[in-house]
Design a protein around this ligand. Structure first.
Ligand SMILES: [Zn+2]
Length: 184
């Protein structure tokens, strides 16, 4: 599963009563506007996100969603606040369940994805996995970081520079999202 060929483009939603037995395979590139929660974390700059999801039933009757996500994104360096490019990637191995109770009974070779309705938005799964792959804070290598040694020695100056940025700290938002996303 190293590329997104032989897959249909991501639909707005799939019907969970059919997609597993029909072995749905979806993949391709996703634009920033399809991933609004991820977009909140990002600075202007290069962006590319790609994913593949395969829906199947396993021999134990579990509804599996397997695949991968990968992306090149630009975030603000938490030292100098200038753009920093990151590559993120992760494998996906989820089992669809309808509630928390069923989720708690799953073996730990899979992560639960809880959806009580028949409608499932595959792009939401991709976005969640990308969010989980983002580092809590990212920094340039010290040699190329825009923050000079002078700034490190002068906390007042760097504090003033930080206040000039009216945007909320992207990584604080991510932390909040993660906490609100995990209700177990
Ligand atoms: Zn930097």
């Amino acid at each position: 599963m190293s590329d997104s060929t032989n897959s249909a483009p991501f639909p707005h939603y799939v019907d969970t009563r059919k997609v597993f037995s029909q072995k749905g395979i979806f993949g391709g590139e996703l634009s920033k506007d399809k991933l609004p929660r991820l977009a909140l974390m990002l600075a202007d700059g290069n962006f590319k996100a790609e994913a593949k999801l395969v829906f199947s039933n396993d021999d134990r009757g579990r509804r599996l969603i397997e695949g991968w996500v990968r992306a090149q994104v630009s975030v603000a360096c938490q030292r100098c606040l200038m753009p920093l490019e990151l590559s993120i990637a992760d494998d996906i191995r989820l089992a669809l369940v309808s509630d928390e109770d069923k989720a708690s009974k799953l073996d730990d070779d899979v992560e639960p994805w809880i959806e009580p309705e028949f409608k499932l938005d595959p792009v939401q799964i991709v976005e969640e996995q990308l969010l989980l792959s983002m580092p809590l804070a990212a920094y340039h290598e010290i040699e190329i970081c825009g923050a000079s040694q002078t700034q490190f020695d002068a906390p007042e100056a760097s504090k003033a520079a930080a206040q000039d940025k009216s945007e909320p700290n992207a990584f604080a938002i991510l932390k909040e999202l993660k906490m609100s996303g995990s209700s177990d």
